[in-house]
Design a protein around this ligand. Sequence first.
Ligand code: VTB
Length: 367
Amino acid sequence: MLRTRPEWSALGVGWHTILDIRSLEDGFLESTLGLEIIEVVEEAAIASAAFIGLGDKDGADQAAVEAMRIRMNKINMRGRIVIGEGERDDAPMLFIGEEVGYGHKDGTGPQIDIAVDPCEGTNLCAYAQAGSIAVLAASEYGGLFNAPDFYMKKLAAPPAAKGKVDIRKSATENLQILSQCLDRPISELTVVVMKRERHNDLIKEIRAAGARIQLIGDGDVGAALNCGFEGTGIHALIGIGAAPEGVITAAAMRCLGGHFQGQLVYDPAVVQTKEWANVTKEANLARLAEMNITDPDKVYETEELASGENMIFAATGITTCNWLRGVRFFEGGLRTETLIISSKAKTARFVETIHMTGNPKSVQLHG
Ligand code: VTB
């Protein structure tokens, strides 16, 4: 928990004052706020973790949203949700445009845009499967693309392939490029693809090219992050997922130097989802035009989706994935693991926190 340092209190300098005199430029977002952001994602993950394996994905999501919002509102910032649970009318909390942080009351604290997915991979949480995370990205105002609630074709790859693979190219071509960049044969490349009807041809193509596929049920944010780190055994993410989460993924890949590109998908025939059963391509194109997206086929680069100078990405594991452990309970407490990455400080911190919620008889050093 962050508290005002005693010597500052003695001088009559409150915690808010200290936050106010720091600017975004001098590392505020990376250090002071970063610590609070860790708690935001931790709280969301802990709330969702109570639902692991209960088969209640909405419950897991709602609990995370509520916890995230409560913690965010304790921060001295003027936060704006740019990617959240949806439009105000159908999302009671963390809706797009919602103001978070108590700085709004008195006009203090930094101005920050925030993209959240309090429980990414709700099904994974509900069915106790790997890869559910509580996640957010933050930047100064205007630093995150306000993605419509559409689908997005995505391509993620390791830093060595950044700018070399290209979403406009076929999967086969990209695998050849990846093989050169990573200096390993295609047969030793593993690509993550979400198990969806729309990916049937893609899966055939990747297998015909000779690469391996890790098929996942949900959670393409966490899956893409695998490509940002060496040693995960994952070399690319290809396929269509949700667009808002593409922005959050871009924020992380921007900080890690990995490759990420996204292209909005507006044709229901391509997406093949029940969600768009009553939606037409024409109606979707009209929605994009209303949002001033003049080129619906534009390929967005990482730096366009996450353009801010100060970019922060934070994720706490709900269930364990390749690069992050999930919430672990013990008698009298629990343990979380959080990754917080910062573009400016150029740090990726893995923070393990022991939360002594009860009266633990003992706390293991490594759990
Ligand atoms: C989900 C989810 C992903 O996209 O699949 C969703 O698991 C949209 O796809 O992690 P469907 O409507 O086909 O399920 C993500 O949320 C993020 O891109």
